[in-house]
Design a protein around this ligand. Structure first.
Ligand code: THU
Length: 141
């Protein structure tokens, strides 16, 4: 039987709710919060930041990754993504690839609504047969 994925810590959910409330999403009206637990155990939060030139906006996951890397951490242990609405707010395609840079297929992605956890999926489920750093031997790692 497959191991049951670990639940995200309550503090990750609380922080996701707080950072989601800080989203700058005047165009979509769709605030998203993301909280990463780095390999060092620390939490990194980010929200989406939209722009009047629409394509220049970016996602909550991207903000959280930037905070993590700026702190010197390069491994994502788990991530909470929180957004509103009935449909599950899973990371967009571009963010799946950005997460892949700092995590492997087993990364738990906790998909949450404001009231808490809705579903946990792995990055491998979201981005099967992915292209990652190991495809470029000799580079970086
Ligand atoms: N968005 C995120 O920040 N993360 C996701 O996982 C999905 C979408 C943002 C981008 C945009 O600002 C708004 O949600 C609507 O697409």
């Amino acid at each position: 039987m497959a191991a049951r994925p670990k639940l995200p810590a309550a503090e990750m959910i609380v922080l996701a709710r707080q950072i989601m409330a800080k989203a700058y999403a005047p165009y979509s009206g769709f605030p998203v919060g993301a909280v990463i637990r780095g390999g060092n155990g620390r939490l990194y939060a980010g929200c989406n930041v939209e722009n009047a030139a629409y394509p220049q906006g970016w996602c909550a996951e991207t903000s959280a990754i930037a905070a993590m890397v700026a702190d010197g951490e390069r491994r994502i242990a788990e991530i909470v993504v929180m957004g509103p609405g009935r449909a599950l707010v899973t990371p967009c395609g571009g963010c799946r690839q950005r997460l892949r840079e700092f995590a492997t297929d087993s990364l738990p992605v906790h998909v949450c609504g404001p009231r808490g956890l809705r579903r946990t999926v792995s990055l491998g489920e979201l981005l099967p047969l992915s292209f990652g750093p190991k495809n470029l031997p000799g580079k970086l790692r």
